[in-house]
Design a protein around this ligand. Structure first.
Ligand code: MG
Length: 299
């Protein structure tokens, strides 16, 4: 079997014929939020319905990192290497300090509770950007069913000052987000409202130096969806979740090729010793593949 679908010939140089898609762990319910810790030689990821953050260590396998996890979803690391997490259950974004204590980054906006923060990135200036769709409060499966108090926005928080702004307010349900290599662009997926047939696409915004967004055109329609999580390589190609695997999209919005995965993919991250290993959270499992690419991954 082939692990790839080549659409643009350039994609042949991104993948290696003798580097397979490997299932590195399975037995979960809905995996999400992969984040690589090279210093600890491990991958963390969420198993949202089981209220856990799991840890995969090469050669040693799976252990539990945190349970209960407040139904944590997406994760990233800030520029100091600390874990930053979206929590459906507590409806907040948190930072895990180096001593293990938890700091709340955001849990409300203009006096109203956040919905269920989904995914998060940190800009080089230390600001924390996250999406807040309603998936974690629509049912009791991935959190606690509750009334929605706020629209499904994207927020920017400056942890140095505590200031918080809604930077994108016209989404059905924003989800994965990531900056281009020079941070002049911010890509944000719209996965659509739960129980709807809303479109599945990634939008692109211009990001000014002071953190304002403009534009917001549809950049690429993920087909077959869903448009959930994604990360970029150092040349600005987007590696996005899709129903049939991971789609690689160039900075012009063209689909270059696919990594075929036997389960619906929710999110990805780069890791490994050369940031050349792509980890893919996919429904009940986590898969990995070595690419001839290098991911943007901080630190
Ligand atoms: Mg997500």
């Amino acid at each position: 079997m082939s692990f790839f679908e080549i659409i643009d010939p350039v994609f042949k140089s991104f993948v290696m014929g003798n580097a397979p898609v490997r299932q590195i762990a399975t037995g979960f319910s809905w995996t999400e939020g992969p984040v690589w810790f090279g210093d600890a030689n491990c991958l963390l990821f969420s198993d949202i319905p089981n209220n856990a953050i799991m840890r995969w260590t090469p050669g040693a396998g799976i252990t539990t990192f945190r349970q209960p996890s407040n139904y944590a979803n997406g994760h990233t690391r800030d520029r100091q290497g600390r874990l930053v997490s979206c929590e459906h259950g507590a409806r907040r974004v948190t930072r895990t300090e180096h001593d293990g204590s938890i700091t709340v980054i955001a849990d409300s906006y203009q006096g109203k509770r956040l919905n269920s923060p989904n995914d998060v990135v940190v800009k080089s200036d230390g600001t924390i950007w996250f999406s807040d769709p309603h998936y974690g409060i629509m049912t009791n499966y991935e959190g606690y069913k509750a009334e929605q108090e706020l629209p499904c926005n994207v927020y920017r928080v400056d942890p140095a000052t505590g200031s918080m702004d809604a930077v994108a307010t016209d989404f059905n349900c924003p989800n994965g987000l990531a900056f281009s290599p020079d941070e002049s662009r911010l890509y944000i997926a719209d996965t659509g409202r739960m129980f709807s047939d809303d479109p599945q696409h990634v939008r692109v915004f211009d990001c000014s130096g002071d953190g304002r967004l403009s534009g917001g055109a549809i950049f690429h329609v993920i087909n077959p969806g869903c448009a959930d999580g994604f990360r970029l390589d150092t040349d600005g190609n987007i590696w996005s979740s899709a129903a049939d695997g991971v789609h690689c999209i160039n900075p012009d919005g063209a689909l270059l090729g696919k990594i075929l995965v036997p389960e619906l993919v929710s999110n990805v991250c780069f890791g490994g010793r050369a940031k050349h290993q792509l980890f893919m959270t996919a429904t009940t499992s986590v898969y990995s593949i070595i690419l001839n690419r290098k991911g943007i991954q901080h630190p």
